[in-house]
Design a protein around this ligand. Structure first.
Ligand code: ZN
Length: 340
């Protein structure tokens, strides 16, 4: 009885071992196949007509004017891609977008550069490869505010503490001999800001476009300052990529950046499809879009060391970061420098 039982167990064990070996060999073979096919990380792309593989690059974004080159690239530039397909992934908030970027659910993002700097500081290997835009932020206030001093004791909204908007507000107050304790600064989701101003819940705000233009076009707000009046060549949004993607897929990363830069030039030269594409992604009225585009530029999207260092100094001065990464650790201009 005992011996029969042992024999039975031995037979079962043998079967299990045979199945395990079969699975292991199958997995090993398929893994070799995958390595041979892509020569890179897990993303295996679509087959093209000639049988070569095209890699799908996932880029995260929020629906703001500051990410416009991505929309143009996705609609026009993608037809020039040889090695990649682009998939834009829309998010509703910066924390959700950063979570996807930090955990590798996307390969890159158009994002507030301060959030990416903070992630890099915390050990996520990200690289800023281009600016999102130049200028394009405005201080919007209610009609009764005529200078910075009028904001004393009032409520003012920014989207996030880690933002160029917070830094611009800091410098604007400093220029007027004031500081954060002179007003009540709150964080609000950008789409809520125009309504909050119209209803008198806040007296001003500073945020990515087109939310500033919405209040100005409706006459519920006016422009107190443009970003360049406060901080020339301010750095705001950036196209950020995971470094493992750049290193493992350099040709794909270059193609992505090239079409991104070309999209910026297309917007700057007022390409005929800009309005239609922008409205497809932003859902804004034409007058709001016109105003928003009047304030922003997409010319020369390279991140220069002096501009980045100015941002770094602000982040330290404002205690937004103890040790923001130096330019050479965080900014990779090698791709944009190859774009003719
Ligand atoms: Zn921006």
């Amino acid at each position: 009885m005992q011996i029969n039982k042992i024999n039975k167990i031995t037979k079962i064990t043998k079967k299990v071992i045979i199945i395990a070996v079969f699975i292991a060999v199958t997995v090993a073979l398929s893994a070799c196949g995958a390595t041979r096919d892509t020569g890179s990380k897990e993303t295996i792309g679509n087959e093209t007509a000639n049988g070569s593989s095209k890699q799908t690059v996932k880029i995260a974004y929020l629906p703001i004017t500051h990410a416009l080159p991505l929309y143009i690239e996705n609609e026009l530039g993608k037809h020039n891609f040889k090695n990649i397909d682009i998939e834009l992934v829309k998010f509703g908030s910066w924390p959700e977008l950063m979570d996807a970027l930090n955990t590798g659910k996307v390969d890159g993002a158009s994002v507030l550069i301060e959030l990416a700097i903070k992630a890099k500081e915390q050990g996520i290997d990200l690289k800023a490869v281009a600016l999102g835009h130049r200028d394009g932020n405005v201080v919007v206030v209610s009609q009764d505010i005529n200078d910075t001093a009028d904001l004393k004791g009032k409520t003012f909204a920014i989207p996030h503490r880690l933002s160029t908007h917070n830094i611009l507000l800091y410098q604007m107050l400093k220029d007027a001999g004031m500081n954060f304790s002179d007003l009540k600064v709150i964080e609000l989701p950008p789409p809520e800001m125009p309504a909050a101003l119209a209803e008198g819940r806040i007296s001003g705000y500073l945020v990515a476009e087109p939310f500033g233009a919405k209040s100005v076009a409706n006459s519920t707000g006016k422009v107190l300052f443009k970003s360049q009046d406060i901080w020339e060549d301010s750095v705001c949004c950036s196209l950020v990529l995971r470094n493992e993607f750049i290193k493992g897929n350099n040709d794909a990363a270059f193609e992505l950046v090239k079409e991104y830069v070309d999209a910026g030039s297309y917007i700057n030269s007022k390409g005929e499809k800009v309005n239609d594409i922008a409205k497809q992604y932003l859902k804004v009225e034409q007058d709001v879009l016109d105003l928003s585009l009047e304030w922003i530029s997409y010319k020369d999207l390279k991140i220069y060391e002096k501009d980045y260092n100015a941002l770094r100094d602000y982040m330290i001065e404002m205690d937004l970061s103890k040790n923001p990464p130096p330019y050479n650790d965080f900014v990779d201009s090698s791709l944009i420098e190859k774009v003719k």
